[in-house]
Design a protein around this ligand. Structure first.
Ligand code: PLP
Length: 381
């Protein structure tokens, strides 16, 4: 018999909701036209695509014509940053927060290497961008401000509505990477003065490989992909209608359950926070108290976070490390540095993330194993 598996990595990828799985299976069985064609199979696909587009538009307070489907949030973020500077080459100043996801941060680095001035907006010790910090940095030549809603390492929330308002008043465009807040908290792009917004299906129990991009009416982007002119010329490639239908189903489930789910996850988070703080020596919680309940970022003094994640994995528990590991080298997390986590804690960081299927039994098992693993790894670190 397989050993039991305990999943605490919902922020990286969520399991497919069984109702989404069923929707996908049924849809794939009966629909196979290319939505760009003219025959009835194609028209059938196009109808589902149009309905889904209208559904997403209503969900975020936009118009259908403002919704573009992509293959990932990484693609959506790249499209905004690269597509915008190609269209508006005269404004050279771009502001991004210091804790953006790599798909914004590294894209901005590419722009920096090609004559754009990219400036980082610092965050406070809770991992949020203060609106005044944005206000003080916008200049007449600021093209774009890109600030994420919820940080994927910490769960910290930034008041994006206030930032949107400042950008609108001061004449800068505002992009929000909403991946980790999307279908967790209510959102209205027009009320929040958002010009571009990014989301992804696989963080909300939908399929991998479907991204969303909102582009406010009237704004122009150069496409990343050229070809048959799908998605109003913005994203050529056969449209992944089954994936989009699955994404829509994931939102419908969220709309029915979100309050109960938020509360359940909050209760488990609270239990874990008190356990880590009170029962494990040399621990530190890096996530802010007012962050989303799904993410707990914590560090342990004199512990190697990679070894800790491996020790937990041996016991069937999946968590993420706080520092990304690439080609065997541990790279320090920009985010932990940005919120001033002391050096002795940074290397001993893990991210525990919770979600729809987290149970009391799993939470209890994690507590027990985490304490043992920290003590064991501390001896050898
Ligand atoms: C905040 C944030 N933005 C963007 C992405 C990239 O999403 P995708 O995997 O859909 O490219 C992630 C994925 O972890 C994320 O957490």
């Amino acid at each position: 018999m397989d050993a039991k598996k305990y999943y605490f990595d919902y922020t990286a990828n969520t399991p497919l909701d069984p109702q989404v799985r069923q929707t996908l299976a049924e849809f794939y069985a009966d629909h196979y036209g290319n939505s760009a064609g003219i025959h009835r199979f194609a028209r059938d696909m196009k109808t589902h695509l149009d309905e889904a587009r209208a559904y997403f538009a209503r969900f975020i307070g936009a118009k259908s014509s403002e919704i573009v489907f992509t293959a990932s949030a990484t693609e959506s973020n790249n499209t905004v940053l690269k597509g915008l500077v190609r269209h508006y080459p005269d404004k050279k100043h771009i502001l991004i927060s210091a804790i953006e996801h790599a798909s914004v941060y590294n894209t901005a680095r590419v722009l920096r290497a090609s004559e754009f001035e990219v400036e980082e907006i610092p965050v406070n010790t809770e991992g949020s961008v203060r609106p005044e910090e944005v206000k003080n940095r916008i200049r007449p030549d600021t093209l774009l401000v890109s600030v994420m809603w919820v940080n994927n390492e910490l769960g910290s929330i930034t008041p994006i509505g206030e930032i949107g308002k400042i950008c609108r008043e001061q004449g800068a465009l505002f992009h929000c990477d909403a991946v980790q807040g999307f279908a967790k908290m209510p959102l209205n792009v027009h009320k929040m003065s958002i010009d571009f917004l990014t989301a992804s299906a696989h963080k909300i129990y939908g399929p991998i490989g479907v991204g969303l991009l909102f582009i406010r009416e009237g704004l122009k982007l150069e496409p990343l992909l050229h070809g048959g002119g799908h998605e109003n010329g913005l994203r050529s490639s056969t449209v992944n209608v089954p994936g989009i239908v699955g994404f829509r189903k994931a939102i419908e489930i969220y709309e029915r359950n979100h309050q109960k789910e938020w509360q359940r996850v909050s209760e488990f988070r609270q239990q874990l926070l008190s356990f880590i703080q009170n029962e494990i020596d040399g621990s530190r919680i890096n996530s802010p108290a007012n962050g989303i309940p799904h993410i707990i970022n914590c560090s342990f003094d004199k512990v190697n976070g990679e070894l800790l994640a491996i020790a937990l994995d041996k016991q069937g528990i999946a968590v993420s490390t706080g520092s990304a590991c690439s080609s065997g080298k541990i790279i320090k997390s920009r985010v932990l540095g940005a919120i001033d986590v002391p050096m002795n804690f940074q290397a001993g960081t893990i991210r525990i993330s919770l979600g729809r299927y987290t149970t009391q039994e799993e939470t209890d098992y994690l507590k027990e194993q985490l304490k043992q693993a920290v003590n064991k790894v501390r001896k050898i670190s």
